[in-house]
Design a protein around this ligand. Structure first.
Ligand code: PMP
Length: 365
């Protein structure tokens, strides 16, 4: 068996010890005589799995007591609709747009706002600049009456990230799409009203989405919200109104335990800074590769880069694949390459990528 260094933006690489443990437990979980995929979600065994997963996530992110953790389905895309259905009411929500994903979230909210009886506003966008930076707080004015303010704190396609220090002023509950950088750095959960993240990048298999929501935001859903999409109903039922994505929750739990064993989120952040710095420094100094994101807005997780000449892209990818460095093709809307280096990517993978990029530039520069 040869495992490659997989730079996929998602579904993405998972920590190898997690995959090994899942494989070992596939046929018989802890003497249950069956695997996790085969057990009742309401049985004692699975209940212990979901409770431990939540406890470990709470510990990792220091989630305050007045927040609920929901294990849901439907991906982040479903949240683009579910958020206004649950939170908009007859009020108005503000949206910040810094890339493809926050733009999609805004479009979906805009589509639904009328039927829901509310409004949404696009208060700031960097689209005219090709989504190459985060928004500065002096560029937009939030509505102090807004029911919520939506943003995407890591734009997976454009490689634009903001941490807690780059958040807009807290005039209204902040709702953040953290799909592609959750658990990559410490987060002050108390600064957000709601955090959501699809699992398939830093958490586990696709099909699971985690929502962390402040309790006072529950119980506001539009009456036509499908029951299964009502956060309060899901919170009241321990995410088990219906059958939850059990296997995904189990793998997420293994990832949480792995993160704790690595030293938690402060330790992950240190490693992620080291990995991202290595790659950005190399790109900037190369004279052959380019990352066009403003330095202070650069993502530690998703690093898009262009080659000196697009005509070399195919050769670059073919050579990378042959060297065991896979899924580096950039998103078609940005072009070039993209290296996604989530928690599970070891520094050795980034070093191998830099070595390959150096050789390639020497041959073709
Ligand atoms: N938001 C972000 C930041 C993403 O990266 C993605 C997926 N790449 C999505 C939303 C959409 O996720 P899903 O396909 O799970 O609906």
């Amino acid at each position: 068996m040869t495992r490659v260094f997989n730079f996929s933006a998602g579904p993405a690489a998972l920590p190898e010890p997690v995959l090994r443990q899942a494989a070992e437990e596939m046929l018989d979980w802890h003497g249950a005589g069956c695997g996790v995929m085969e057990m009742s979600h309401r049985g004692r065994e699975f209940m212990s799995i979901i409770e431990q997963a939540e406890a470990d996530l709470r510990e990792l992110m220091a989630i305050p007591q007045n927040y609920r953790v929901l294990f849901l389905q439907g991906g982040a895309t479903q949240q683009f609709a579910q958020i206004p259905m649950n939170l908009l009411g007859s009020g108005s929500a503000d949206y910040l747009v810094t890339g493809t994903w926050s733009k999609k979230a805004f479009k979906e909210a805009q589509r639904l706002a009328g039927p829901l009886g509310g409004t949404v506003r696009l208060v700031g966008s960097t689209e005219a600049e090709g989504f190459t930076r985060a928004l500065r707080a002096d560029e937009f004015a939030l509505d102090p009456q807004a029911t919520y303010v939506h943003l995407c704190t890591n734009e997976t396609i454009h490689g634009v990230e903001v941490g807690d220090d780059g958040l807009p002023p807290a005039v209204a509950p902040l709702v953040a799409d953290m799909s592609s950088h959750i658990l990559s750095r410490p987060t002050d959960v108390s600064r957000y009203g709601l955090i959501y993240a699809g699992a398939q990048k830093n958490i586990g298999p696709s099909g699971l989405i985690i929502v962390i929501v402040r309790e006072d935001l529950l119980g506001r859903a539009h009456p036509l919200t499908p029951t299964v999409m009502d956060y309060k109903v899901m919170a009241d039922n321990g995410s088990m109104l219906n059958t939850p994505p059990t296997y995904g929750i189990y793998v997420a739990g293994l990832v949480f335990r792995w993160l704790k064993a690595q030293g938690g989120l402060a330790a992950m952040e240190k490693r992620n800074i080291e990995k991202a710095t290595l790659l950005y420094n190399f790109i900037d100094a190369s004279g052959f590769y380019r990352n066009t994101v403003e330095v202070g807005s650069r993502s530690r997780m998703n690093i898009p880069f262009l080659l000196q000449d697009d005509a070399l892209n195919e050769a670059f990818l073919a050579g990378a694949n042959a060297a065991g460095l896979t899924q580096l093709k950039g998103h078609k809307s940005v072009g070039g390459m993209r290296a996604s280096i989530y928690n599970a990517m070891p520094i050795e993978g980034v070093r191998a990528l830099v070595d390959y990029m150096r050789d390639f530039a020497a041959q073709h520069g």
